[in-house]
Write a protein that binds this ligand. Structure first.
Ligand SMILES: Nc1ncnc2c1ncn2[C@@H]1O[C@H](COP(=O)(O)OP(=O)(O)OP(=O)(O)O)[C@@H](O)[C@H]1O
Ligand SMILES: [Mg+2]
Length: 242
Protein backbone atom coordinates (compact mmCIF):
# COMPACT_ATOMS: atom_id res chain seq x y z
CA UNK A 1 0.00 0.00 0.00
CA UNK A 2 1.40 3.42 -0.86
CA UNK A 3 1.48 6.43 1.43
CA UNK A 4 -0.64 9.36 0.22
CA UNK A 5 0.30 11.84 2.94
CA UNK A 6 3.23 12.25 5.25
CA UNK A 7 4.09 14.90 7.83
CA UNK A 8 7.76 14.80 8.82
CA UNK A 9 8.67 16.79 11.95
CA UNK A 10 6.42 19.71 11.02
CA UNK A 11 6.60 22.85 13.16
CA UNK A 12 3.99 25.51 12.35
CA UNK A 13 1.71 28.06 13.98
CA UNK A 14 0.13 31.47 13.71
CA UNK A 15 2.61 34.34 13.70
CA UNK A 16 4.99 33.68 16.54
CA UNK A 17 2.70 31.23 18.32
CA UNK A 18 3.89 27.72 17.57
CA UNK A 19 1.06 25.17 17.54
CA UNK A 20 2.39 22.10 15.67
CA UNK A 21 5.45 20.62 17.41
CA UNK A 22 7.51 18.18 15.40
CA UNK A 23 4.30 16.63 14.10
CA UNK A 24 4.94 13.38 12.19
CA UNK A 25 2.45 10.86 10.83
CA UNK A 26 1.64 8.98 7.61
CA UNK A 27 -1.64 8.14 5.86
CA UNK A 28 -2.04 5.11 3.60
CA UNK A 29 -3.82 5.48 0.28
CA UNK A 30 -7.44 4.27 0.19
CA UNK A 31 -7.83 4.32 3.97
CA UNK A 32 -9.80 6.34 6.50
CA UNK A 33 -7.31 7.94 8.90
CA UNK A 34 -8.91 9.31 12.08
CA UNK A 35 -7.54 12.18 14.16
CA UNK A 36 -8.64 12.82 17.73
CA UNK A 37 -7.28 15.03 20.47
CA UNK A 38 -8.44 17.54 23.08
CA UNK A 39 -9.80 20.96 22.07
CA UNK A 40 -6.97 23.19 20.94
CA UNK A 41 -4.51 20.32 20.38
CA UNK A 42 -3.87 21.51 16.82
CA UNK A 43 -6.05 19.22 14.69
CA UNK A 44 -7.54 21.98 12.51
CA UNK A 45 -4.13 23.70 12.46
CA UNK A 46 -2.71 20.46 10.98
CA UNK A 47 -5.27 20.78 8.14
CA UNK A 48 -4.32 24.46 7.73
CA UNK A 49 -0.64 23.51 7.38
CA UNK A 50 -1.54 20.70 4.98
CA UNK A 51 -3.62 23.05 2.83
CA UNK A 52 -0.92 25.75 2.72
CA UNK A 53 -2.88 28.31 4.76
CA UNK A 54 -0.01 28.52 7.25
CA UNK A 55 3.66 27.89 6.43
CA UNK A 56 5.76 25.47 8.48
CA UNK A 57 8.91 26.97 10.03
CA UNK A 58 10.55 23.56 9.62
CA UNK A 59 9.72 20.01 8.59
CA UNK A 60 8.24 18.53 5.43
CA UNK A 61 4.80 17.69 4.08
CA UNK A 62 4.71 15.04 1.34
CA UNK A 63 1.52 14.53 -0.66
CA UNK A 64 1.33 11.66 -3.12
CA UNK A 65 5.12 11.42 -2.99
CA UNK A 66 5.67 15.13 -3.77
CA UNK A 67 7.13 17.65 -1.31
CA UNK A 68 4.40 20.32 -1.05
CA UNK A 69 5.83 22.16 1.96
CA UNK A 70 6.36 25.35 -0.10
CA UNK A 71 3.52 24.86 -2.61
CA UNK A 72 0.75 27.52 -2.69
CA UNK A 73 -2.71 26.72 -1.31
CA UNK A 74 -4.29 27.11 -4.73
CA UNK A 75 -1.93 24.62 -6.36
CA UNK A 76 -2.41 22.17 -3.47
CA UNK A 77 -6.17 22.26 -4.06
CA UNK A 78 -5.63 21.51 -7.77
CA UNK A 79 -3.23 18.71 -6.79
CA UNK A 80 -6.10 17.00 -5.02
CA UNK A 81 -6.55 18.20 -1.44
CA UNK A 82 -10.24 18.75 -0.67
CA UNK A 83 -11.45 19.92 2.74
CA UNK A 84 -14.61 20.52 4.70
CA UNK A 85 -14.83 23.36 7.21
CA UNK A 86 -15.54 22.77 10.89
CA UNK A 87 -18.38 25.32 10.57
CA UNK A 88 -20.19 24.81 7.22
CA UNK A 89 -20.31 28.03 5.16
CA UNK A 90 -22.29 27.31 2.00
CA UNK A 91 -23.63 30.09 -0.26
CA UNK A 92 -27.03 30.23 1.47
CA UNK A 93 -28.96 31.74 -1.45
CA UNK A 94 -27.61 29.34 -4.03
CA UNK A 95 -28.97 25.87 -4.78
CA UNK A 96 -27.06 22.79 -3.67
CA UNK A 97 -26.16 22.13 -7.31
CA UNK A 98 -24.79 25.66 -7.72
CA UNK A 99 -22.82 25.38 -4.48
CA UNK A 100 -21.10 22.18 -5.61
CA UNK A 101 -20.63 23.52 -9.17
CA UNK A 102 -18.73 26.56 -7.82
CA UNK A 103 -16.37 24.18 -6.01
CA UNK A 104 -15.98 22.03 -9.13
CA UNK A 105 -15.27 25.02 -11.41
CA UNK A 106 -12.85 26.78 -9.05
CA UNK A 107 -11.22 23.91 -7.23
CA UNK A 108 -11.21 21.14 -9.80
CA UNK A 109 -8.98 20.54 -12.77
CA UNK A 110 -11.71 20.20 -15.39
CA UNK A 111 -13.52 22.73 -17.55
CA UNK A 112 -17.13 23.62 -17.11
CA UNK A 113 -18.69 20.72 -19.04
CA UNK A 114 -16.98 18.18 -16.82
CA UNK A 115 -17.54 20.36 -13.75
CA UNK A 116 -21.31 19.88 -14.21
CA UNK A 117 -20.95 16.11 -14.29
CA UNK A 118 -18.59 16.12 -11.32
CA UNK A 119 -21.01 18.32 -9.34
CA UNK A 120 -23.92 15.98 -10.08
CA UNK A 121 -21.96 12.85 -9.18
CA UNK A 122 -20.81 14.50 -5.91
CA UNK A 123 -24.45 15.23 -5.09
CA UNK A 124 -25.41 11.63 -5.93
CA UNK A 125 -22.64 10.17 -3.77
CA UNK A 126 -23.65 12.31 -0.77
CA UNK A 127 -27.36 11.52 -1.13
CA UNK A 128 -28.30 15.10 -2.07
CA UNK A 129 -29.18 14.60 -5.72
CA UNK A 130 -32.94 14.81 -5.22
CA UNK A 131 -32.51 18.07 -3.27
CA UNK A 132 -30.14 19.66 -5.78
CA UNK A 133 -32.49 22.59 -6.61
CA UNK A 134 -33.12 23.51 -2.95
CA UNK A 135 -31.31 26.57 -1.58
CA UNK A 136 -28.50 25.74 0.83
CA UNK A 137 -29.97 28.10 3.45
CA UNK A 138 -33.02 25.84 3.74
CA UNK A 139 -31.09 22.74 4.78
CA UNK A 140 -31.12 21.12 8.22
CA UNK A 141 -27.74 20.39 9.83
CA UNK A 142 -27.23 16.82 8.54
CA UNK A 143 -27.75 17.92 4.94
CA UNK A 144 -25.50 20.96 5.49
CA UNK A 145 -22.77 18.53 6.55
CA UNK A 146 -23.47 16.38 3.49
CA UNK A 147 -23.23 19.52 1.35
CA UNK A 148 -19.85 20.36 2.90
CA UNK A 149 -18.66 16.92 1.82
CA UNK A 150 -20.22 17.28 -1.65
CA UNK A 151 -18.44 20.64 -2.11
CA UNK A 152 -15.13 19.06 -1.13
CA UNK A 153 -15.80 16.16 -3.55
CA UNK A 154 -16.52 18.72 -6.28
CA UNK A 155 -12.81 19.61 -6.33
CA UNK A 156 -12.03 15.94 -7.22
CA UNK A 157 -9.76 15.37 -4.25
CA UNK A 158 -7.21 12.57 -4.06
CA UNK A 159 -7.36 13.09 -0.32
CA UNK A 160 -10.52 14.23 1.43
CA UNK A 161 -10.12 16.16 4.70
CA UNK A 162 -13.13 16.07 7.03
CA UNK A 163 -13.15 18.42 10.02
CA UNK A 164 -15.79 17.40 12.58
CA UNK A 165 -18.50 16.60 10.02
CA UNK A 166 -20.41 14.61 12.66
CA UNK A 167 -20.31 17.29 15.39
CA UNK A 168 -23.73 18.45 16.60
CA UNK A 169 -25.66 15.60 14.98
CA UNK A 170 -28.01 13.13 16.67
CA UNK A 171 -26.81 9.51 17.13
CA UNK A 172 -28.90 8.38 14.15
CA UNK A 173 -27.50 11.18 11.99
CA UNK A 174 -23.94 10.33 13.03
CA UNK A 175 -24.63 6.78 11.75
CA UNK A 176 -25.70 8.31 8.40
CA UNK A 177 -22.38 10.16 8.19
CA UNK A 178 -20.49 6.96 9.11
CA UNK A 179 -22.30 5.15 6.27
CA UNK A 180 -21.46 8.01 3.91
CA UNK A 181 -17.77 7.88 4.85
CA UNK A 182 -17.81 4.09 4.29
CA UNK A 183 -19.37 4.71 0.84
CA UNK A 184 -16.67 7.28 0.04
CA UNK A 185 -13.96 4.82 1.03
CA UNK A 186 -15.61 2.11 -1.08
CA UNK A 187 -15.61 4.57 -4.00
CA UNK A 188 -11.82 4.71 -3.63
CA UNK A 189 -11.32 7.92 -1.65
CA UNK A 190 -8.52 8.38 0.87
CA UNK A 191 -9.79 10.30 3.90
CA UNK A 192 -8.40 12.09 6.95
CA UNK A 193 -11.22 12.57 9.45
CA UNK A 194 -10.98 14.76 12.55
CA UNK A 195 -13.75 14.00 15.06
CA UNK A 196 -14.33 13.95 18.81
CA UNK A 197 -16.92 11.15 18.89
CA UNK A 198 -14.94 8.11 20.00
CA UNK A 199 -17.26 5.28 18.95
CA UNK A 200 -17.49 6.88 15.52
CA UNK A 201 -13.72 7.00 15.18
CA UNK A 202 -13.20 3.43 16.37
CA UNK A 203 -16.02 2.17 14.11
CA UNK A 204 -15.09 4.09 10.97
CA UNK A 205 -11.33 4.47 10.74
CA UNK A 206 -8.55 2.12 9.62
CA UNK A 207 -5.95 3.95 11.68
CA UNK A 208 -6.29 6.49 14.44
CA UNK A 209 -3.93 9.23 15.66
CA UNK A 210 -4.26 11.15 18.89
CA UNK A 211 -2.80 14.66 18.97
CA UNK A 212 -1.91 16.72 22.05
CA UNK A 213 -0.10 20.04 22.13
CA UNK A 214 0.57 19.85 18.42
CA UNK A 215 2.27 16.44 18.51
CA UNK A 216 1.30 12.91 17.54
CA UNK A 217 0.94 11.16 20.91
CA UNK A 218 0.13 7.75 19.46
CA UNK A 219 -1.15 6.30 16.19
CA UNK A 220 -2.17 2.84 15.03
CA UNK A 221 -5.07 0.40 15.36
CA UNK A 222 -8.07 2.55 16.47
CA UNK A 223 -9.14 0.37 19.39
CA UNK A 224 -5.59 -0.04 20.67
CA UNK A 225 -5.07 3.72 20.44
CA UNK A 226 -8.26 4.40 22.41
CA UNK A 227 -7.29 1.86 25.07
CA UNK A 228 -3.71 3.15 25.40
CA UNK A 229 -2.64 4.74 28.66
CA UNK A 230 -1.58 7.91 26.76
CA UNK A 231 -5.07 8.46 25.33
CA UNK A 232 -6.85 7.52 28.54
CA UNK A 233 -4.78 10.13 30.35
CA UNK A 234 -4.56 12.89 27.71
CA UNK A 235 -7.86 12.70 25.92
CA UNK A 236 -10.30 11.33 28.45
CA UNK A 237 -8.68 12.94 31.49
CA UNK A 238 -8.20 9.58 33.23
CA UNK A 239 -5.12 9.45 35.43
CA UNK A 240 -3.34 6.08 35.59
CA UNK A 241 -2.82 6.56 39.33
CA UNK A 242 -6.47 7.27 40.18
N1 LIG B 1 -6.00 31.94 13.48
C1 LIG B 1 -5.41 31.67 14.66
N2 LIG B 1 -4.55 32.57 15.23
C2 LIG B 1 -3.96 32.30 16.41
N3 LIG B 1 -4.14 31.16 17.12
C3 LIG B 1 -5.00 30.25 16.62
C4 LIG B 1 -5.67 30.46 15.36
N4 LIG B 1 -6.45 29.37 15.11
C5 LIG B 1 -6.26 28.54 16.15
N5 LIG B 1 -5.40 29.06 17.05
C6 LIG B 1 -4.94 28.43 18.29
O1 LIG B 1 -4.22 27.25 17.94
C7 LIG B 1 -4.47 26.21 18.89
C8 LIG B 1 -4.93 24.97 18.16
O2 LIG B 1 -6.19 25.26 17.55
P1 LIG B 1 -6.91 24.24 16.57
O3 LIG B 1 -8.10 24.95 16.02
O4 LIG B 1 -5.93 23.68 15.63
O5 LIG B 1 -7.34 23.11 17.60
P2 LIG B 1 -8.28 21.84 17.36
O6 LIG B 1 -7.50 20.66 17.83
O7 LIG B 1 -8.81 21.82 15.99
O8 LIG B 1 -9.43 22.11 18.44
P3 LIG B 1 -11.03 21.80 18.37
O9 LIG B 1 -11.16 20.36 18.78
O10 LIG B 1 -11.59 22.71 19.40
O11 LIG B 1 -11.51 22.08 16.99
C9 LIG B 1 -5.48 26.76 19.88
O12 LIG B 1 -4.79 27.19 21.01
C10 LIG B 1 -6.09 27.94 19.15
O13 LIG B 1 -6.49 28.94 20.05
MG1 LIG C 1 -10.66 21.98 15.16
Amino acid sequence: MSIILEFVNVNAGYGRIQILNDLSFAVDEGQVYGVIGPNGSGKTTMFNALLGLIKPSSGKILFDGIDITRTSANVRCKMGLGRTFQVPKPFENMSLYENVLVAAVHGGTHRERFAREIALSSLRLTGLYDKREIKAGELALLDRKRLEIARALGTEPKLLLLDEVAAGLTDAEVKDIMRLVADLKAAGHSIVWIEHIIETMVGSTDKLMCMAEGRCVISGNPREVMESAEVQRLYLGVDENE
